[in-house]
Ligand binder design. Structure first.
Ligand code: NAP
Length: 495
C-alpha cells in the first residue's frame, strides 16, 4: 500500500475535501508508486489562505532574528535527513543521487543563508534636508505569499522561495509540482518540526489549473512567486497583474556554451557533458546550444560524440548511472518529437536520438544523450526549449559571430564561454544577453547566495537567491522623524 500524503492547512494534516487522490510514480520504474496525494480543489486553497492571513497577524511581529533562528534549526534537521531526502527525490523525479544530494544541499545552504539574513534585512538611512530631522527606511512584511514550483529542483526551488518569504515575515501557501509533491511535503514537515507556527506555512497539493490558479487569483494573496514554463508564467502574470500583485517569474531557458579556438578543450568537454546531460537536460540552466569556433569544431564534435555515447543511462539510485530518466512519458515524447523535428529540419544526428530501452530501462522514461550538428539559428531545435538531453551544435567563425548567435534567442538565463583570452572573457561578460555568465564553467552551477534569474523571456526582472530576493519578499517603509518641535516644510522652508 503506497503512503498517503496529506495537505497541511491551518495547522492540520488533511486529505482533499473530495477524498480523491493522485499518484506520484517513479519515472525510472513506472510501476513503482511513490505515494498518493490529495487532489485538492479551490476550497482547500481558500482555507489555507484564510489561515495564512490570520497567522500573519502574529508572525509579522516575531523579530526577524527569531524567525531566522527557527530556519537555522530547520537547516540542522535537513542535514540529518539529507540522504533520506535525496533518495526520495531520485525516486520521485529520477535525477541521479549525486544531483539529488546537491539539490538537498542547496536547500540546506538556503536555510543557513536565510537564518543569518534574519539578523540583516538591511535598509537605508539618509540625511534629511531639514535640521533636527531623521530619515530612514525599513523592510516590512507584505502578507500571504503564494508559491508555485516546478519539478526539476524539488527541494532547492521551494527553499529559494519559502525561506526568504518566511524570514521577511510573510506567511506561505505553497503548491508544489504534481510530479514532485513528496519532497515538498518533507520540507513542510521540517519547517514544522523546527517550530514554524501553525498557519504560517500551508501546503496544498493538486493540479496547477485548479490549485495554482486559485492561489494566483485569490484576493488575499499579496504576492506570487512562480517558477515554471514561460507559457504558464505569462498566464499568471496577466491574472496577478489584474490585481496589481507583486509577481516574480522564473521561466524557460535556451542556454548556450561557447567554446573558442583557444579554449582548454578537455575542460570544455567536461563542462558541456555536465551542462547538457546533467539532470537529463531538464534544468532551466541546461546547455542546449553549443557554439563552437570553426577552428576546433570538428575535433571537439568528435570528442563530444564519443563521450556522450559513453554516458551510462539508467536508474539514478544506481551510482554507476550518470543520466536518469525524463520526468514522465509526456516529456519523453516531447523530447523525441523535437529529435524528429531536428532531423526533418536537416540537422545531422550524431548520437542518441531515441529512447533508451535496454534491460531495466524499459521500465521508465529514459532517453539517450543526443547531439545534433549542422544546426542553424532558423531551426526550431536551436530556438525552442526542449527540456531533455538534446544538444544542438552550431559552428561560428569568430568571437563576434559567437556572441551574435548566442544572443539570437528569446530567452536569457545562463551563458558560458570557454576561452583563455582575458579580453574575450570580459567582452562576453559584457555582451552575452543572459542573467548569468560563466567563464570557463558550464551553464549550470548556481550558488544560493548569488542572485539567480534571467533576462528577456526568462522572467520579469526579479531574482531568486542572494540578497535581491529579500527585497522581493518585503516592502519598504520610509520613516521621517522630526525632532525640531516645529513644522518644517520640505522643499519650502529650506529654500
Ligand atoms: P509548468 O508546467 O509551468 O509548471 C510549473 C508549476 O506551475 C507546477 O506546480 C504546475 O502545477 C503549476 N501550474 C500549471 N498550470 C498552472 C496554472 N494555470 N496556474 C498556476 N499554476 C499552474 O512547468 P514545469 O514543467 O513544472 O517545469 C519546467 C519549466 O520550468 C521549464 O520551462 C523550465 O525552464 C522552467 N524552470 C525555470 C527555472 C528558472 O529559474 N528560470 C527553474 C526551473 C524550471 P502541476 O505540476 O500540477 O501542473
Amino acid at each position: 500500500m503506497a503512503k498517503e500524503y496529506l495537505n497541511y492547512i491551518a495547522g492540520e494534516w488533511v486529505p482533499a475535501d473530495s477524498g480523491e487522490w493522485f499518484e506520484n510514480r517513479n519515472p525510472a520504474h513506472w510501476d513503482e508508486l511513490v505515494g498518493l496525494f490529495p487532489k485538492s480543489g479551490t476550497a482547500e486553497v481558500d482555507r489555507a489562505v484564510a489561515a495564512a492571513k490570520e497567522a500573519w497577524k502574529t508572525w509579522r511581529l516575531v523579530p526577524a532574528p527569531e524567525r531566522g533562528a527557527i530556519l537555522k534549526t530547520a537547516g540542522d534537521i535537513m542535514v540529518e535527513r539529507k540522504e533520506e531526502i535525496a533518495t526520495l527525490m531520485t525516486r520521485e523525479m529520477g535525477k541521479v543521487l549525486t544531483e539529488t544530494r546537491g539539490d538537498t544541499q542547496e536547500g540546506i545552504d538556503t536555510f543557513y543563508y536565510a537564518a543569518v539574513e534574519g539578523r540583516r534585512l538591511f535598509s537605508h538611512t539618509a540625511p534629511s534636508e531639514m535640521r533636527n530631522k531623521m530619515n530612514m527606511s525599513f523592510r516590512i512584511p507584505i502578507g500571504v505569499a503564494g508559491l508555485i514550483t516546478p519539478w526539476n529542483f524539488p527541494m532547492a526551488i521551494p527553499c529559494w522561495k519559502s525561506l526568504p518569504a518566511l524570514v521577511c515575515g510573510n506567511t506561505v501557501v505553497f503548491k508544489p509540482a504534481s510530479d514532485t509533491p513528496a519532497t515538498a511535503t518533507v520540507l513542510v514537515e521540517i519547517l514544522l518540526e523546527a517550530g514554524i507556527p501553525p498557519g504560517v506555512i500551508n501546503i496544498v497539493h493538486g493540479g496547477g489549473g485548479v490549485v495554482g490558479n486559485r492561489i494566483v487569483n485569490h484576493p488575499d494573496v499579496s504576492l506570487i512567486s512562480f517558477t515554471g514554463s514561460s507559457e504558464i508564467g505569462k498566464q499568471i502574470n496577466s491574472l496577478a497583474g489584474a490585481d496589481l500583485k507583486r509577481v516574480s517569474l522564473e521561466l524557460g531557458g535556451k542556454n548556450a556554451q561557447i567554446v573558442m579556438d583557444d579554449a582548454d578543450l578537455d575542460l570544455a568537454l567536461e563542462g558541456v557533458l555536465w551542462g547538457a546531460f546533467g539532470t537529463t537536460g531538464q534544468r532551466c540552466t541546461a546547455t542546449s546550444r553549443l557554439i563552437l569556433h570553426e577552428k576546433i569544431h570538428d575535433k571537439f564534435v568528435k570528442m563530444l560524440v564519443k563521450a556522450a555515447d559513453k554516458l551510462v543511462v539508467g536508474d539514478g539510485l544506481d551510482e554507476k548511472n550518470k543520466v536518469g530518466p525524463c520526468i514522465n512519458e509526456g516529456q519523453r515524447n516531447i523530447v523525441d518529437e523535437y529529435v524528429q523535428i531536428g532531423k526533418a529540419e536537416g540537422a545531422k544526428l550524431r548520437c542518441g536520438g531515441e529512447p533508451s530501452t535496454e534491460g531495466k530501462n524499459s521500465e521508465g522514461w529514459f532517453y539517450k544523450p543526443t547531439v545534433f550538428t549542422g544546426v542553424t539559428p532558423k531551426m526550431r531545435i536551436f530556438k525552442e526549449e526542449i527540456f531533455g538531453p538534446v544538444l544542438s551544435v552550431i559552428k561560428v567563425k569568430d568571437f563576434d559571430d559567437a556572441v551574435k548567435v548566442h544572443n539570437d534567442c528569446l530567452y536569457g538565463l545562463s551563458s558560458s564561454i570557454y576561452t583563455r583570452d582575458v579580453n574575450n572573457s570580459f567582452r562576453a561578460i559584457r555582451d552575452l544577453e543572459a542573467g548569468i555568465t560563466y567563464v570557463n564553467g558550464p551553464t549550470i552551477g548556481a550558488e544560493c547566495h548569488m542572485p539567480f534569474g534571467g533576462v528577456k523571456q526568462t522572467g520579469n526582472g526579479h531574482r531568486e537567491g542572494g540578497w535581491p530576493v529579500y527585497e522581493f519578499y518585503s516592502e519598504i517603509k520610509t520613516v521621517y522623524v522630526d525632532y525640531s518641535g516645529q513644522l518644517q516644510r520640505a522643499q519650502i522652508d529650506n529654500y
